[in-house]
Design a protein around this ligand. Structure first.
Ligand SMILES: Nc1ncnc2c1ncn2[C@@H]1O[C@H](COP(=O)(O)OP(=O)(O)OP(=O)(O)O)[C@@H](O)[C@H]1O
Ligand SMILES: [Mg+2]
Length: 256
């Protein structure tokens, strides 16, 4: 479903299935994300949210179905010639931020941010550095460029992780519970940065989160995942105030 077809799709997922052995985790997902759209995905533990994001950038190879990211279309389930290269191309278009920040501990903050552009995109280090410093300014960490990750707070590390993903100039950013490993007082600073990506940069984003305040304020669309399908989706108002399904209602009662 797109919001009336007035935008172009950045992400298109068609009939996506993913099984691990006998366990079918994704049972036929169809979704499109328009350019500049923010989609919040939520649902119970084990419903397949992380697996969906991991399939979008082929960290998991789908069992079947197709993933398309700004025109690059990849099919799951077949090991065709040239697929490795296609997956590499796809990953350049997709930035991902995880629950655990996954920074390189032996590199400085700026080193972390420019690693991708320098090694994957062959951008000269000097240019990458200047872009990297701009990005660190955007996430409010100009003064930490030469610091090592271990000396930063969790919220600061997560903001570095966001800057690092942005440095690749992705078409879409995937966030998998980016604040759930943070102490409560650090959650706000990360959500503020994410909000600014949406409002200032008009970044296309798929965000797995249970931060309903963020969803209400920033999401164009919310999707409720249940047992490997999208059970229900709609605007934040539709989803939060007028849910149709008892499963969604029960979920809200548990998280809010
Ligand atoms: N690599 C794997 N091998 C086997 N089973 C897996 C693998 N990854 C995920 N699963 C299983 O797939 C199901 C969905 O997992 P997934 O991580 O996508 O759920 P989730 O909705 O992100 O849950 P959470 O809210 O806890 O993060 C779970 O039952 C999980 O145990
Ligand atoms: Mg998960």
């Amino acid at each position: 479903m797109s919001d009336g077809g007035n935008g172009e799709d950045v992400v298109k997922v068609e009939n996506l299935h993913k099984s691990f052995g006998d366990l079918e985790v994704l049972k036929g997902i169809d979704m499109e994300v328009d350019k500049g759209e923010v989609v919040v995905i939520f649902g119970r533990s084990g419903s397949g949210k992380s697996t969906l994001l991991r399939c979008v950038n082929f960290l998991e190879d789908p069992t079947s179905g197709t993933i398309e990211v700004s025109g690059l279309r990849l099919e799951g389930g077949h090991r065709t010639k040239g697929k490795r290269e296609q997956v590499r191309q796809l990953r350049i278009k997709v930035g991902m931020v995880f629950q655990q920040f996954n920074l390189f501990p032996n590199m400085t903050v700026i080193g972390n941010v420019i690693e991708g552009p320098v090694t994957v995109k062959d951008i000269p280090e000097k240019d990458a550095r200047s872009m990297g410093l701009d990005l660190l300014a955007k996430v409010g960490l100009s003064d930490k460029a030469e610091e090592y990750p271990i000396r930063l707070s969790g919220g600061q590390q997560q903001r570095v992780a966001i800057a690092r993903a942005l440095a690749m100039e992705p078409e879409v950013m995937l966030f998998d519970e980016p604040t759930s490993a943070l102490d409560p007082e650090l959650i706000g600073e990360v959500l503020t940065v994410m909000k600014s990506l949406a409002t200032d940069l008009h970044m296309t984003m798929m965000v797995v989160t249970h931060e309903m305040g963020f969803a209400r304020e920033v999401a164009n669309r919310m999707m409720f995942f249940h047992e490997g399908i999208i059970l229900e989706q709609g605007t934040p108002d539709e989803m939060i105030n007028h849910t149709k399904y008892p499963e969604t209602k029960k979920f809200f009662e548990a998280v809010i």
